[in-house]
Design a protein around this ligand. Structure first.
Ligand SMILES: *Cc1c(COP(=O)(O)O)cnc(C)c1O
Length: 503
């Protein structure tokens, strides 16, 4: 058995040659006595599989080693901007793995699941307090699905009012899902450029706000990590025009207890429980992109709704009035709801501190780094900030990201938002210590020096990882998703067996 990764020539330079493939390639000699034949029914027999003949511990080591090639927030700093890779407290996991939660059947009768219904109902209440909204649906499985639900609700709302509104206004700093969602729901999108302070250009906004605009989709704070300074004026103008205000709340980690989306004039918001509320994410795992709305939109939320009766009993209400239907089976990704609930209750009235510390950490790091790099929108940031490495040339952000791997850090988000050239979007989150932030800043400063003194080092990175520089386009277009046993290999070059390594 051979790992399908191929080393790049240079990367093996300082790596000692320890060949443990011999053991994995072992095959045992047939030891069965020849005259005892136990017949197996023909249809139960299968073709012999090309599996290596190795002991259990070899298999365990093999898979444990593979698992250690991955990077996660439990291993190190993960400042992936916009993704809010904060620490996931282990108590959340303990609570989510209680038998009553983990073995819950989605079709259980409501009389048997009162505790779970109560948990979801209370979670909805806590989220309404944090956002100011009046009602929540916990169904959507991701931020993108929360957006989809929000736009579907806007569509149903205007249809009910018999208004033909076909446009959605979105600033150019927005996450790609905003425009994708609008398009999926057959709206036209109008893109508004950002002004020199990183706000949506208010003059351009006024020009396009006509009476066929259904929705303004804004991210606040936006993807530059900046608070939208004209938000009150934008909301007023929109509402006077009969237009709804949708908040992409993926950055809500910056605002807990400081300001509520409804204070800013929003009518709807999705929250990413897997970002702001500490439930684990990455690798396409389950998420929760819950949607909150003001009372005049509550009837449009998906079914069932969780209702609390006078005698503290909970039930599921399937009465369809104006509901847009269902967006996910069951009540959403329930395990994530338990974790988020546990997180909110653990923070309690201190939840404002989460955001205060996230903002403090981000501004601290910003100030350590803005002179070595560039800060295109030079304002105090909220929970994240966007640097540019354009002074180091084309592709420098990519090279810096790869070089950071050698320093033991997960890279920040790069090339997003699209309005910043060579963007490095850094979100430290509140759960990192000052020492970690200092080490990270030192690494980025050191890389800036390397670029000046010996740029080839940075261009060839990473050197310490199992795979070197990948051909990312090929890897994305022709992903190699199949495991191939070495013993099937005829020893010839077979491009399918390789990860895409740029030569
Ligand atoms: C992450 C994110 C989204 C999409 O959320 P998913 O849960 O990944 O679908 C939308 N907008 C912004 C600003 C985000 O950061």
């Amino acid at each position: 058995m051979k790992l399908i990764f191929e080393y790049e020539e240079e990367t093996t330079e300082h790596v000692p040659d320890v060949d443990d493939n011999k053991e994995r390639e072992r095959t045992g000699k047939e030891a069965a006595a020849e005259d005892i034949t136990i017949e197996l029914p023909k249809d139960l027999m299968r073709k012999e599989l090309p599996l290596p003949n190795v002991s259990e511990i070899t298999v365990v080591r093999h898979y444990t080693n593979i698992s250690r090639m991955n990077f996660g927030v439990d291993l190190g700093f993960y400042p992936l901007g916009s993704c809010t890779m904060k620490y996931n407290p282990k108590i959340n996991e303990d609570m989510a793995s209680l038998d009553g939660f983990k073995d819950l059947h989605p079709l259980s009768h409501e009389s048997c699941i009162q505790g779970s219904l109560q948990l979801m109902w209370e979670l909805e209440q806590d989220l309404t307090k944090i956002t100011g909204m009046d009602a929540f649906s916990l169904q959507p499985a991701a931020g993108a699905q929360g957006e989809l639900l929000g736009v579907m609700i806007a569509k149903a709302y205007f249809k009910q009012k018999n208004e033909k509104r076909k446009k959605i206004i979105i600033p150019d700093s927005a996450h790609g899902t905003n425009a994708a969602t609008a398009t999926m729901c057959k709206f036209e999108t109008i893109t508004i450029p950002s002004d020199s302070r990183g706000n949506m250009d208010i003059y351009k906004f006024k020009e396009v706000l006509e009476d066929d605009v259904a929705l303004v989709m804004l991210t606040n704070p936006n993807t530059l990590g900046l608070f939208e300074e004209n938000i009150l004026e934008i909301s007023d103008l929109a509402h006077t025009n009969g237009t709804l205000m949708y908040c992409d709340g993926a950055n809500m980690n910056a605002l807990f207890g400081i300001t509520r989306p409804t204070d800013q004039g929003f009518d709807m918001i999705h929250l990413n429980l897997h970002k702001s509320f500490s439930t684990p994410h990455g690798g396409g795992g389950p998420g929760a992109g819950v949607l909150g709305v003001k009372s005049f939109l509550a009837e449009y939320l998906p079914l069932p709704r969780i209702i609390k009766e006078q005698d503290n009993k909970f039930f599921l209400d399937y009465t369809k009035q104006k509901s847009v239907g269902k967006v996910k089976y069951s009540y959403g990704n329930f395990g994530m709801l338990v974790r988020a609930y546990c997180y909110i209750k653990s923070c309690g009235t201190n939840i404002r501190k989460v955001s205060e510390h996230a903002i403090l950490n981000a501004n601290y790091l910003l100030n350590l780094l803005k002179d070595d790099y560039e800060l295109p929108y030079n304002r105090r940031c909220t929970h994240e900030f966007v640097l540019s490495s354009r002074k180091f040339g084309e592709k420098s952000a990519l090279n810096i990201a790869k070089r950071l791997l050698d320093y033991g850090f997960h890279p920040p988000t790069i090339y997003f938002p699209l309005i910043v050239r060579e963007a490095l979007m850094i979100e430290p989150t509140e759960t990192e210590s000052k020492e970690t932030l200092d080490r990270f800043a030192a690494a980025l400063k050191s890389i800036a020096n390397e670029i000046k003194e010996n740029p080839e080092i940075v261009k060839g990175a990473p050197y310490t990882k199992l795979v070197g520089r990948l051909d990312e386009v090929a890897a994305a277009r022709k992903p190699n998703l199949r495991w191939i046993a070495f013993s099937q290999s005829d020893g010839k070059e077979d491009s399918e067996k390789k990860l895409y390594v740029k030569k």
